[in-house]
Design a protein. Structure first.
Length: 264
């Protein structure tokens, strides 16, 4: 799921962001201002949707983000809406294979792609791999760029990196909330989605051990968004009709008859 900041693209002048301050890089990239595109875009994404980024592109991006040489290795590209892998159920990972080099590499790639994007969550199908693995993380730094009232309303709190293999999600209360959300596979758009406010997710960690996550608020939303990916569902498949819009139009009023944002 994309780092979502309702006003972030208007807070600071784009040219100073990312170029002068490593701290502001995630904010800058979350705005999808065209300046960031050449380093990340495949020249013809329609023809080669899953081609990995070239090492020179990543190297440029690494330089741009102040990440140094360690990010020069190629990274998988984020698959965009329309690719069949995003619309089909993903397969369970054999628990005996979690420790394998292959699965550990997929997890490591997912974490790097999520952080590079930057995003607060990613599911394996989003890098073209039809397996039930999700990663998520929200940082104090990402949150610091959002308006205080929005952070409060969304009940958004930082949490450490979570890797969940074969996640099973269930709601823990009847509380729900409506907010805009975005997706790294549906670049540049947002829509209102109703999500449970309290969920429990069980599964296996990257070490193969069972884990259980009790989440509420924004973390619960991220978990639901990522678990949906594993069932071939994008947020646009369950958005509130007539709320779909570009990031630039995020602050414009909702259409008449649309439900109000917030908890219900
Ligand atoms: Zn997504």
């Amino acid at each position: 799921m994309e780092v979502l900041h309702r006003f972030s693209f208007r807070l600071l002048p784009p040219v100073t962001l990312g170029l002068n301050s490593a701290k502001s890089a995630p904010l800058y990239l979350s705005t999808r201002i065209p300046l960031s595109r050449p380093a990340f875009s495949n020249p013809d994404p329609l023809l080669t949707p899953r081609m990995p980024l070239s090492s020179s592109a990543v190297s440029k991006a690494g330089w741009f983000l102040g990440l140094g040489d360690k990010n020069k290795m190629s990274l998988p590209e984020i698959v965009k809406a329309g690719d069949p892998v995003l619309h089909e159920p993903a397969r369970e990972v054999d628990p005996n294979e979690i420790g394998s080099e292959r699965i550990q590499k997929i997890i490591a790639d997912m974490v790097r792609v999520m952080r590079m994007a930057p995003g607060v969550g990613l599911a394996a199908p989003q890098i073209g791999i039809p397996l039930r693995i999700i990663v998520l993380e929200d940082t104090a730094e990402y949150i610091s760029y959002a308006p205080k009232e929005e952070i409060r309303a969304q009940d958004r709190r930082p949490f450490d990196l979570l890797v969940i293999v074969n996640p099973k999600l269930k709601k823990k209360s009847d509380r729900s909330a409506l907010f805009f959300e975005g997706c790294l596979s549906v670049d540049g758009f947002r829509a209102v989605v109703e999500r449970h406010l309290d969920v429990e997710v069980t599964g296996l960690g990257r070490d193969g051990q069972p884990i259980k996550v009790d989440a509420s608020g924004w973390q619960a939303r991220i978990l639901q968004h990522e678990c949906d990916h594993l069932d071939g569902t994008l947020y646009v498949d369950k958005m509130v009709p007539r709320t779909f819009r570009t990031v630039e139009n995020l602050d414009l009023p909702l259409a008449e008859g649309c439900p109000k944002l917030g908890a219900r």
